[in-house]
Design a protein around this ligand. Structure first.
Ligand code: ADP
Ligand code: MG
Length: 480
């Protein structure tokens, strides 16, 4: 294989040595000594690098905590490394950073053996390793959970209390209350956080339950790879012992028919067996684009809970909470300033706070003040100011068509008002990252009206070139 041409024992060993040094600085000496130093390299084949681990427990730990990171670093250094496979093999020598020939001979034995040695393992880090087809599907199904994403660290406010309550209910009750739980919101508003929190909570109550959390992209990637290696049956098998399945960001399955079909199959069989499913997306099931109707209806048959954009109080709460976690005193004026300025989402709010804190700490504990915050975030805030909002769009479009914003938001259906309204909705969809329901709320309409407006305007743009030019001019002026 061409891929293997780029691999030889020396270069791989060098790379592994570099990766180890990098990991050591990232995770610290203790974690490195405990978990990473005992690893040694096995063989490489078909894009899969085998890594030997002394015990099964360590293997699970390494997979949950470090495999993605190792994979990322390695892939960057050497794109031929597509996957990692962790194999349990008792250490026979001090082998950190060294290629382990014992491990390689063991691997050879395994791969020539007619019976699969390790077809299926359950646990959060379910791993599939089919030794008949070396390099086929050898990495973990679930991805590691973020230890910070717990219920304790989740600040509850008006805009997310319903989703929070639903998540808690699913995490706490032994019986299934709603299945699936479908969480949706714009980006950075806490869906992934809540899903991880559910997983942590369930794990804590009952470590034996097999929880799998993965993104829809990862599901798709694994499925496509399984097909490529003709391992579809094995792919399905992996999900059989899953007690709780969480799939994040299912909007990415839009337009991917085969993946959807497989997902639909997995979904149905798990639901029939009474396993809990939790899904997230950036839109409600009905609004998901490119998703088959039967899947949409399946997705909405449990409880659908959305998280609204944050309000000022929640932003303040989150800033104070985060600062407290980081052991930093955040002056109230600074918190208020940030909460006023950064309204887009929580991820950006946290990013800004982290920047301010880093700045104060790097400059040998310079005190956090309003002036300093404004200075540090100057560029960031400028770019926020430049972002188009739905309010601006409404104002601009209303001016352009000589109507008032009030009329635009009113229930009037006269063409002279309805058309500008549709155009404003269309531009809001195009120029902001707001979801259809969010856009709808700004016009006092529901998401289906927005969807209809977007389609209508798309048609009009094709049919009516002067209207198309008008819209283009509006877009340019809004973006400038
Ligand atoms: P999403 O999955 O909806 O895009 P995330 O769950 O990744 O959003 O959240 C983005 C960031 O904001 C994460 O760091 C998360 O911990 C934080 N966050 C979101 N909601 C809250 C909340 N209610 N309280 C505290 N932190 C939150
Ligand atoms: Mg997310």
């Amino acid at each position: 294989m061409a891929e293997e041409a780029t691999i030889n024992d020396n270069s791989v060993q060098d790379q592994w040595g570099q990766i180890c040094s990098q990991l050591k600085t990232e995770v610290g000496d203790t974690a490195f000594e405990n978990w990473l130093k005992p690893l040694s390299l096995g063989s490489f084949s078909d894009g899969v690098m085998n890594i030997c681990v002394p015990t099964r427990f360590m293997r699970n730990w390494v997979i949950t905590h470090y495999s993605d990171r190792i994979h990322k670093i390695w892939e960057k250094k050497n794109p031929a490394i597509k996957n990692l496979n962790f194999i349990v093999q008792a250490a026979q020598e001090e082998s950190h950073g060294l290629y382990n020939p014992t491990c390689r001979s063991l691997l050879k034995k395994i791969s020539s053996s007619p019976t699969p040695q390790n077809i299926y393992q359950s646990g959060v880090n379910s791993v599939f390793a089919n030794s008949n087809t070396e390099g086929s599907l050898n990495d973990s199904l679930s991805v590691p959970l973020n230890p910070q994403y717990t219920f304790d660290n989740f600040v509850v406010g008006k805009t997310n209390e319903f989703a929070y309550a639903a998540a808690r209910k699913v995490a706490e009750s032994r019986d299934i209350s709603f299945n699936p739980l479908f969480l949706y919101s714009g980006v950075g508003l806490g869906k992934t956080h809540l899903m991880h929190a559910i997983a942590w909570h369930i794990k804590q109550q009952d470590p034996s339950r097999n929880i799998v959390y993965l993104s829809a992209e990862k599901f798709m990637y694994k499925f496509v790879r399984a097909l490529r290696y003709k391992d579809a049956a094995a792919f399905k098998e992996q999900f059989r012992a899953v007690d709780v399945l969480m799939v994040d960001d299912v909007q990415f399955m839009g337009g991917k028919d085969k993946t959807q079909e497989e997902f639909f199959y997995t979904f149905n069989s798990l639901i029939e067996e009474g396993r809990q499913i939790i899904i997230s997306a950036d839109k409600s099931p009905a609004d998901l684009e490119g998703i088959e109707n039967r899947l949409k209806s399946r997705l909405s048959c449990g409880l659908v809970a959305d998280i609204h954009p944050t309000d000022f109080d929640l932003r303040i709460g989150i800033l104070n909470n985060k600062a407290h976690q980081l052991g930093v005193e955040l002056p109230q004026r600074v918190a208020e300033f940030l909460a006023q300025k950064i309204t887009s989402n929580i991820r950006e709010l946290e990013g800004a706070l982290r920047r301010v804190i880093a700045h104060s700490q790097l400059l040998t504990d310079k005190e956090i003040t309003l002036d300093m915050t404004q200075e540090v975030l100057k560029d960031m805030l400028r770019s926020f100011d430049k972002r188009t909002t739905i309010d601006e769009i409404q104002k601009k479009v209303a001016e352009h068509f000589n109507i008032s914003v009030k009329e635009m938001q009113s229930s009037r259906r006269a063409r002279t008002v309805a058309r500008p309204r549709q155009i404003a909705m269309y531009l809001a969809k195009q120029l902001t990252c707001r979801s259809l329901p969010e856009i709808g709320r700004k016009f006092d309409r529901d998401h289906t009206t927005v969807m209809h407006a977007v389609r209508k305007v798309e048609e009009l743009i094709v049919e009516d070139s002067s209207l198309a030019e008008n819209i283009e001019a509006l877009r340019r002026s809004l973006e400038s």
